[in-house]
Ligand binder design. Structure first.
Ligand SMILES: Nc1ncnc2c1ncn2[C@@H]1O[C@H](COP(=O)(O)OP(=O)(O)OP(=O)(O)O)[C@@H](O)[C@H]1O
Length: 745
């Protein structure tokens, strides 16, 4: 059947034509015509045996669900045909055996790649495919979904949520209806419609259109949390939609207090940009960067659930290939490593002689012995670096500088010696080359930071830039066996300073043999094996767009690291100053402006807190208002009637109390429970984590995350150690229940 209609019908255009289906004008005919859209589509479906029940203003919820179910069934049948079609094309591609020369192989691969992508798109969007419906003035109906789907006649059956025609679904309000009489959210499980929820925007349509349900947004917000962020495609709010659809070029700033949807909006924006200019954003890439590995795991299903697999997701601790840092340095060291003050220290470190470099060069020439001592070698090193300041690119200069130093000693003793002959003779000697290798080895950023674990070596580089105490504190952190999150920008900076060649592996193409036919690249592998987080390596620096979450915490050194990856990129920068853990915003602002090379800016401010109950957020708001000025306090839209509980506890009774609160919480909420405590208490509190719904995190890792119920332990200590911004983060993680434990001794 599908072979008869090979035209593509999973719609990836921005939908230029009129996507609506007219269905009459008079109120009495209105219901028939609402269904006519479905009937018309059914006529074009491969199976037209289902009759469509007519909508009536007096219809019950179940009758309306049945109407939507018919439409949903129709779309899935159409999708099945399209999938069969794509599968046939994929098979045909693989069987194209005459493709033995590279050009034909490439063509075949593109063919297979496209067919495979179509299948992946269809499969990934199967769940809850149709989620919205608009009844427009004049009786036209539009259905909105995760994909665009066209019928056999190439008419739109389902509109992709990112297409301009879907925009009124998100933007229409009672005051500015944009031609929408009723907005309906359709909630499904698998392919089965479970409920509909209506929003009547045109009061005059009340007599003609049934209005069912209690508001999809509230239902979405009260759903249990699972530890993985979900997409919000069915309930995006107007102010969020505006930010999602902002132009991709320039810098888009999205601000707003806790729980206003900044993260989820940023992720939908990535999906929107990919839809809107797929060739540009897929070719050059989109980077999504967040504060921690825990956070990246929390959000990493959102883009695939929206059908987008190609964005690269990295936490700040992973932006150096081969390193996956999760450890935080103590705040005082983190501040030093994050500040631009560390940069001259890194420059000096990159130029110091390696600790194990030989300190003396001895050469016998024409029977005479000539020595270069430590001072001579230091001078030679300086001269070499004056010519080429990246040591790994300066080895030739280094050899030359040594020969010059030797010549200066030889010339007075052997006046008849010829410089050209001397250079040729000595410069090619094995002993000289062996010395050069030991004195001027190829350096890696990792080696340089390892050497800095020796406070004397670090002090030699630090000069007046750091105090003795600061040198000791920093050197101590380099003695750890792994790198910290704060070390990653230092490694990256050293990569530039040393002249380490960037590795530019864009994707992991492998040659695979399928049925005896070698492929140039493997579409199957790209889509099924390579996860979104591995599609581009950590050094890749040609992104077309960078989305940065929790930007208020970025240190100047981290801004420099990101700036290197997005020289020509558009930016989406998401954050809330009040939640900051970085103590010097002025310096970070300057570094941001240097990193984000654009004058074009778009600004969006989100005002509604969708996460916390009003009780939890009011408590947090009151706490922070006494401590920080100019806090951006959003309005929490949901109330539980359950106030925050405060407990005072002796240190030795902490464990049993936390255990009993967690047990209560597990009974009270369906979803997750979080314990947020200072790192020093983790060893003890680990014993409470016996259920997979419970997790224990430090204050910094809690950034961006949420749980249905949260226990905060020793907020006072968190505030002292990390500042009020981080303590405010901790207080705003709970969707329903919050217990605060203060330790009395
Ligand atoms: N329009 C929406 N529909 C349904 N849920 C939403 C909507 N907007 C936000 N949410 C939910 O609200 C919660 C908070 O969203 P998100 O984490 O993106 O906020 P945030 O502004 O980044 O928070 P924070 O700055 O505190 O980390 C999430 O559970 C998110 O799914």
């Amino acid at each position: 059947m599908s072979a008869q209609h090979p035209r593509t019908s999973v719609d990836d255009s921005a939908l230029g034509g009129d996507p609506t289906q007219p269905h009459g004008t008079t109120p009495a005919q209105g219901q028939d015509r609402a269904s006519a859209h479905i009937d018309a589509a059914l006529e074009h479906a491969t199976d037209t045996t289902h009759a469509v029940a007519h909508s009536d203003p007096n219809n019950t919820h179940d009758q309306e669900v049945a109407i939507e179910q018919k439409f949903v069934d129709l779309v899935y049948r159409r999708l099945d045909d399209l999938r069969d079609d794509a599968q046939q094309r994929q098979r045909a591609g693989y069987e194209w055996r005459e493709a033995t020369v590279p050009g034909a192989q490439f063509e075949r691969d593109v063919f297979v790649y496209r067919a495979t992508k179509r299948i992946v798109d269809i499969d990934s969007q199967h769940e809850g495919l149709v989620f919205g419906r608009l009844d427009l003035d004049g009786g036209r109906v539009r259905h909105i979904g995760r994909l665009g789907v066209r019928d056999l006649e190439y008419r739109p059956l389902l509109i992709d949520w990112r297409a301009p025609a879907a925009s009124p679904f998100y933007q229409a309000t009672g005051l500015d209806r944009k031609g929408v009489a009723r907005r309906r959210v359709i909630r499904s499980f698998g392919q089965t419609v479970q409920e509909v929820s209506d929003d009547l925007l045109d009061p005059e349509a009340e007599g003609t259109l049934p209005v069912i349900g209690d508001g999809a947004l509230m239902a979405a917000l009260t759903r249990k949390r699972t530890g993985r962020m979900r997409d919000i495609v069915a309930t995006i709010q107007a102010e969020q939609d505006a930010a999602i659809r902002a132009p991709g070029r320039g810098a888009t700033y999205i601000t707003g207090g806790p729980g206003t949807g900044k993260t989820v909006v940023a992720l939908h924006r990535a999906a929107y940009l990919l839809y809107q200019d797929r060739s540009r954003y897929e070719a050059a890439g989109i980077l999504v960067c967040g504060p921690s590995a825990v956070f990246m795991r929390y959000i990493d299903r959102v883009l695939p659930s929206l059908g987008e697999e190609t964005a690269a997701l990295y936490s700040l601790g992973e932006l150096y290939e081969g390193v996956e840092a999760t450890r935080q340095d103590p705040p005082e060291v983190a501040e030093l490593k994050g500040s631009l003050r560390i940069r001259p220290v890194l420059v000096a470190l990159s130029r110091l002689a390696p600790p194990e470099a030989p300190k003396n060069l001895r050469i016998v020439y024409h029977g005479e012995v000539f020595d270069l001592d430590e001072h001579d070698l230091t001078e030679a090193r300086k001269r070499a670096l004056a010519k080429e300041n990246r040591p790994n690119l300066a080895k030739t200069e280094a050899g030359r500088a040594l020969l010059v130093s030797l010549w200066r000693k030889i010339k007075p003793v052997l006046p008849e010696a010829e410089p050209a002959v001397f250079s040729r003779d000595v410069g090619s000697r094995g002993e000289f080359l062996t010395f050069l290798d030991a004195w001027w080895p190829t350096l890696s950023p990792e080696m340089v930071l390892d050497w800095a674990a020796d406070a004397r070596h670090l002090a030699a580089a630090a000069g007046d830039n750091l105090t003795q105490r600061q040198v000791a504190d920093i050197a101590a952190t380099f003695q750890e066996t792994d790198f910290s999150i704060q070390d990653v920008p230092l490694l990256d900076e050293l990569r530039q300073l040393l002249g380490v060649k960037p590795q530019r592996t864009q994707s992991r193409d492998r040659v695979k043999v399928i049925d005896g036919v070698a492929e140039l690249s493997t579409a199957q592998d790209r889509f099924y094996d390579a996860g979104p987080r591995t599609s581009r390596d950590a050094f890749y620096d040609g992104y077309a767009h960078i989305i940065l979450d929790e930007a208020q915490d970025l240190t100047p050194m981290q801004w420099r690291m990101l700036g290197r990856r997005g020289k020509g990129a558009g930016w989406t920068i998401v954050g809330d100053e009040a939640q900051s853990s970085w103590p010097r915003p002025g310096e970070a602002r300057h570094a941001r402006l240097q990193a984000v090379h654009t004058r074009q800016t778009h600004e969006f401010h989100l005002r509604t807190n969708y996460r916390n109950s009003a009780e939890v957020f009011d408590y947090a708001a009151q706490w922070v208002s006494g401590r920080l000025s100019k806090v951006d306090l959003p309005e929490a839209v949901r109330s539980t009637g359950i106030p925050v509980r405060e407990h005072q506890v002796d240190a030795h009774e902490l464990l049993p109390l936390v255990a009993s609160i967690v047990q209560d919480m597990l009974g009270a909420v369906e979803g997750t429970v979080g314990i947020i405590a200072p790192y020093a208490r983790h060893e003890e509190l680990k014993r409470v984590v016996t259920d997979e719904r419970v997790s224990l995190v430090g204050p910094l890792e809690s950034k961006g995350l949420e749980w249905d119920a949260v226990v905060t332990v020793d907020l006072e200590q968190i505030e002292r150690r990390h500042g009020p911004g981080v303590a405010y983060v901790v207080l705003t993680r709970a969707t329903q229940l919050l217990d605060r434990l203060t330790i009395t001794q």
